[in-house]
Design a protein around this ligand. Sequence first.
Ligand code: C5P
Length: 224
Amino acid sequence: MTVSTITIPVIAIDGPTASGKGTVAHRVAYQLGFHYLDSGALYRLTALSAQRREIDIKDEHALAKLAGALPCSFVGEDIFLAHENVSTLIRAEQIGNLASKIAALPAVRQALYGLQLNFRKTPGLVADGRDMGTVIFPHAKLKVFLTASVFARAERRYKQLIEKGFSASIEDILADLRERDARDANRVIAPLKPAEDAHILDTSNMNIEAAVEHVLRWHAETKI
Ligand code: C5P
């Protein structure tokens, strides 16, 4: 990281699966004219690629190699793996689940580290994930830990999946979220937890607009 890169403001938004952080982070980035990093998409892309190549989940070395050379690109709202638009494919629950297993492997996290730092460009970055404020951008200007009850998150995820044309059951989603929360929070490396200096935002009873407003206000109040 160069000295000039360090001065580029970063807003780190972390939180559990389906907390709404993706939508909030995206809107905050849009409002500020900042770049946006969806770090979960990198783990999902690695998962999709691994599944297609039938790489064993236990083969950490092969998975890290794959992650380190991901031919991915982000164009507007679309995500490409080589020349294929995989924006919808990577949102499948099965891929999210595999991504969460792959994300527990230290070599994979290390392989994706530099790629994530590269998203820090002027005039600023909104980075969304699990370890943005704790590991990837520990000196972020603003850190937000966005959360919501597991029931509120299951309901949101259910609606999202139905809208995208996937079939879904609320009971299955609840079980899956609990399992994924536990795996993300209990893993040895970069576990899901708020940074000590993070603002906690519980959105169980809050709509997206209100959550975005909170983040923009904190951003305006925070000096670099
Ligand atoms: O945020 P999203 O649900 O797309 O992330 C998919 C999975 O990738 C998560 O369940 C989590 O295990 C992993 N992840 C991570 N660190 C990040 C972002 C995502 O471990 N910064």
